[in-house]
Design a binder for this molecule. Sequence first.
Ligand code: KG4
Ligand code: ZN
Length: 333
Amino acid sequence: MDAYILAVESSCDETSMAIVKNGKEVIGQSIATQIDTHALYGGVVPEIASRMHTEAITFVLEDVLKKANMKIEDMDAIAVTYAPGLTGSLIVGIEAAKALAFIYNKPLIAVNHLIGHIFANNIEDKMEYPMLALIVSGGHTELLIMEDDFNFKKLGETLDDAIGECYDKVARVLDLKYPGGPNVEKLAKEGKPSYQLPQPVLDDTYNFSYSGLKSAIINLVHNEKQKGLEINKADLARSFQEVAVNELVRKVEKAFRETNIKRLVVAGGVSANGYLKEEMEKLCDKYQAKLLIPRLLYCTDNAAMIGAAAYPLYLKKQFSDYTLNASSSGDIC
Ligand code: KG4
Ligand code: ZN
C-alpha cells in the first residue's frame, strides 16, 4: 500500500512542507524562505526566524496541499524535524505537526534534520549500504559510516566550526551577502588560488577543523586593510574554497582506503557547491566508488528530505507521542 507523508521542516530560516509518497516521490513541496530578511542582519536572527515561521506556516500548508491536490485526510502520517536547529524555529513546526496529527488522528514521526539531509539522496536515487555519509551544513561537518537506514558510526566531525559556517564568515569579511556559501562559490569562479592559507588539522584522524582557516582569512583581510593594500577578493575566495573542500576530500579518501566502502553520499547545504561536487566526482572515479549528491533543490533545507527519512520510520511504526519537543542535541550517533 502506498504511504503519503506530510513533512514539516522549520529548523532554521526556511518554512517548508512537502507531501512525499513512499519516501521517494515528491507529490508537492512548498518553501517560504526568510533569506532576504536575515540578509539585512548578515545572518539568521533566531527571534525573527521563529516569528516568521509562525506567520508563514499556515500558508505553506495551504500551498503544499494545493500543489499536491490532496487533503490532510489523505495522509498516512505527519513527519516533522525535531532537532538539531534553532529551538524557537523547531517548536513552530513541531506544534503545527502535533496539531495536525491530533486533529486528523494521524501518526506523528519525529525526524532528525541531519538524517533528513542524508535521505535527500534517496529521493531521486537509491541509497545502498554500507555507505559513507559526509554531512556538510551550516552547523555540522561529519563523516559517518551507515550500515543500514538508521545505523550510524561516526568516523569524525569538526572540532570547532562547521564548513558552512566558515563559508558564511568568509563571505562576511569579503563583504558578500548572507547566505555566504553560494556567493563565495560564485566569486571563487573568477579567481585564482594565489593566497597561501593554512591547511586545517594535519593530524591522522577523521576530524575536521575550520576555525584556523577562518581566522587566517579574517587576519589577512584586516592586515591588508591596515596597510592600505587591496585584497583580490576573487582570488581569496578561490584559495579558501580549495583549502576548505580539499580537506573534505582528504578525509573521504582516507575513509575509502581504510574502510574499503565504495559508496559516498554528500548531504547538507554545502553539498550545493559545484567545486565540492567536481572534486568528489574525481575522487569517486579514482576509487571506483558510487557518489550520490542531491539535486540542488534538495541540498539546502527542504521538507521533502524529511518525508524521505520519515518513510522507513513509518514502516517500522516508530511514532512519537504528543510530548515531542525540540531537542538541543542533534547527535545522530
Ligand atoms: O543545510 P543547510 O541549508 O542548513 C543547515 O542545516 O545548516 O546549510 C546551510 C549552509 C550555509 O552555511 C550556506 O552558506 C551553505 O550551506 N551553502 C553553501 C552553498 N549553498 C549553501 N556553501 C557553499 N557553496 C554553496 N553553493
Ligand atoms: Zn540543513
